[in-house]
Design a protein around this ligand. Structure first.
Ligand SMILES: [Zn+2]
Length: 343
């Protein structure tokens, strides 16, 4: 129980954004917006992953849950890192801002300066305090004992320069750098002397939290104003990161020379993330550029869990595990980020 039970992984809505970035033409109106949004999300996740090492130095037994999303009275709230101990809980909100940051406790804003440009963000301390309030409500609603809740905003980009005025206690106490975490943990450990709940209760609460975790699953096309027929069709090559593999004698072949029997599986996963978890033979062929309906039928039979009969159309149901089945996305994202930038 000393380390995280859930591997640190990419939440579904970010996987969807990656798939969308791979399938949207660079000439599309929304391209720049989607690219920026995806890059921000990935940078944020990178920032969160930087918490793992300091967390491993946490001096007491704990369970840490990354990216947990819960609801109370049908309002959703999301916590970057929730750490449960038998003495207290800890909420960490990771912020991967770059450049100079000035914290304003009167206006409750964070002002970021990049060259001569200023950008204003909402106060992350207010955000984390709201999470404390929501989590405390969630504990009450689920009949769990009251545990003290501590919360901090962690700046995970070491190159960020923080400007917090000496009189600004609101931010000075709650905004910390990554390097500050180990000493902070020791202080918290010393501050809370008594165990309030047993290791068994921690397990029960963890189980409930995981059970009630509701991942954010937006309709990614609608949300980003992209229509299905604007998406790039075809099968990606994992060796060179280009779209356009052709099926010949049950093998996908890329002009770069790479051959792969199962390259279509990733296109099916893209279809699942972007369009639907149900796909017909014709939709599959249109999406991948496969011409033979018999080859398509064989592939779909191997990759879908059941058939859903709707009037005359046979649909195949796709089902994947968001935690383990989408690693190919990072391979393609890296190829595209390099190639699209160099244009
Ligand atoms: Zn290739």
């Amino acid at each position: 129980m000393s380390t995280s039970k859930i591997p640190h992984n990419v939440p579904p809505h970010v996987l969807m954004l990656q798939a969308l970035y791979h399938r949207i033409p660079q000439s599309h109106d929304q391209f720049a917006y989607i690219e920026k949004k995806m890059n921000n999300e990935l940078a944020g996740l990178y920032g969160e992953s930087r918490l793992l090492y300091p967390l491993s130095k946490f001096p007491i037994r704990k369970v840490s849950l990354p990216n947990i999303r819960l609801s109370i009275d049908s309002n959703y709230f999301q916590i970057d890192y929730l750490i449960l101990t038998s003495k207290f809980m800890l909420i960490l909100e990771s912020k991967y801002y770059s450049s100079d940051l000035t914290f304003d406790q009167v206006a409750h804003q964070v002002v970021q300066r990049i060259d001569e440009e200023y950008k204003v963000y909402d106060d992350p301390v207010l955000q984390v305090e709201e999470q404390v309030y929501q989590l405390s409500n969630w504990f009450n609603a689920n009949g769990f004992p009251e545990l003290p809740i501590e919360s901090f905003v962690v700046m995970t980009n070491p190159r960020t320069r923080l400007r917090i005025d000496a009189t600004n206690n609101h931010h000075a106490e709650k905004v910390v750098s990554l390097q500050r975490l180990p000493s902070l943990f020791r202080e918290l450990d010393a501050k809370y002397e008594k165990n309030i709940i047993s290791p068994r209760s921690i397990n029960e609460i963890t189980h409930k939290l995981i059970q009630q975790h509701k991942p954010y699953l937006p309709n990614i096309l609608e949300k980003n104003r992209v229509s299905k027929n604007e998406l790039l069709r075809g099968v990606y090559c994992l060796q060179c990161g280009r779209l356009g593999m052709k099926m010949m004698q049950y093998r996908w072949r890329c002009p770069c020379g790479y051959r792969d029997r199962t390259a279509h599986e990733n296109s099916l996963k893209d279809y699942f993330l972007l369009i639907s978890s149900e796909v017909s033979n014709r939709e599959f062929r249109e999406f991948t550029g496969l011409t033979s309906r018999y080859t398509a039928r064989d592939i779909l039979r191997r990759n879908s869990s059941e058939l859903v009969g709707k009037t005359n159309v046979i649909k195949h149901r796709l089902s994947y595990d968001y935690k383990t089945d989408f690693e190919y996305l990072n391979v393609i994202t890296k190829f595209l980020q390099t190639r699209r930038k160099s244009r």
